[in-house]
Ligand binder design. Structure first.
Ligand code: PBG
Ligand code: ZN
Length: 324
């Protein structure tokens, strides 16, 4: 009996939900997701972020309760961003023992010790000019900023942060932080390097969320979105400097970069679905154009399929509450 044309019929494996599930190649669980949060000092009530429907700044006084709620829902890890009322030229609040960076970690670890705290390590939410480091004229001074990054990382580790996540996009930042942590007795604390951080327009809503004072842009330190080879170079440099994991940011428009880095390194690769990606999905769904729950799963699944081991996403809590 000769077989009928066409011989190859991929549809055979798609006939039922059970078959589709059995042959599904990519999956994500709450083990793969990190929830970024914004914590503001000296306020009493939650502040909705209008450009990110569903996301609010958390008052510091309510942080412990929020973390308990996330843990109950199944969230395993958060990334902390502080909204500071103590701005200065260098962002010195970040390395104070009682500064906001330190308090966020100690409050979270005090509330839920097993919650993994990733401490975003930068200055832009603590500087009066809004740049990610110390200025020298019109430019960010790379090497003076490195010293301060080391101080901030040590302060965060001392307060209980589990992972240091430098996002300042300074050259040599991973090595500077590794040395500072090791000298202070924190050789066991890993560095999640924002190794490929593009100067992206998709960070727009984050600037509102973080109350950024920035005028101008970050193109002299963050990467040109058009560069693929350079992205791999940046990531491999961070690996050489001692990064424990690499991150690509943003995620959805940079799936090729995630795949390149997955293939160029053996380190874990993370990707950050940023504020603009979140906002596009939320507002598209609010307008009735797309099905939010499905688009969230499709975008996160695509980021995993591209090669990311973990994903930073503002949808993490929605997914946890939905039972993923
Ligand atoms: C700043 C920082 C930014 C984000 C994370 N850390 C913004 C920027 O570089 O301007 C963006 C996150 C997001 O858009 O969700 N170091
Ligand atoms: Zn910054």
């Amino acid at each position: 009996m000769s077989s009928q044309f066409p011989e190859a019929r991929p549809r055979r494996l798609r006939r039922s939900p059970e078959l589709r599930g059995l042959f599904q190649e990519t999956e994500f669980t709450l083990n793969d997701l990190v929830l970024p949060i914004f914590v503001e000092e000296d306020i009493d009530d939650f502040v909705p972020i209008t450009s990110m429907p569903g996301v609010q700044r958390i008052p510091e006084s309510k942080l412990a309760g929020e973390i308990e709620r996330y843990a109950r829902a199944g969230i395993k890890s958060v990334m902390t961003f502080g909204v500071s009322h103590h701005l200065d030229a260098s962002g010195s609040d970040t390395w104070q023992e009682r500064g906001l960076v330190s308090r966020m970690s100690s409050i979270i670890k005090g509330a839920v010790p097993e919650m993994i705290v990733m401490s975003d390590t930068c200055f832009c939410e603590y500087t009066d000019h809004g740049h990610c480091g110390v200025m020298h004229g019109a430019e960010v001074d790379n090497d003076r900023t490195l010293v301060n990054l080391g101080k901030q990382a040590v302060a965060a580790a001392r307060a209980g942060a589990d992972v240091i996540a430098p996002s300042a996009a300074m050259d040599g930042q991973v090595q500077a932080i590794r040395r500072a942590l090791d000298e202070a007795g924190f050789s066991h604390i890993p560095i999640m390097a924002y190794s490929t951080k593009f100067a992206s327009a998709l960070y727009g809503p984050f600037r509102e969320a973080g109350g950024s004072a920035l005028k101008g842009d970050r193109k002299s330190y963050q990467m040109n979105p058009m560069n693929r080879r350079e992205a791999v170079r940046e990531s491999l440099l961070d690996e050489q400097e001692g990064a424990d994991a690499l991150m690509v940011k943003p995620a959805g428009a940079y799936l090729d970069i995630i795949r390149d880095i997955r293939e160029a390194s053996r380190l874990p690769v993370a990707a950050y679905q940023v504020s603009g990606e979140y906002a596009m999905i939320k507002f598209g769904a609010q307008a009735g154009a797309i099905d939010e729950a499905r688009v969230v799963r499709e975008t996160l699944g695509s980021i995993k399929r591209a090669g990311a081991d973990l994903i930073f996403t503002y949808f993490a809590m929605d997914l946890a509450l939905a039972g993923i």
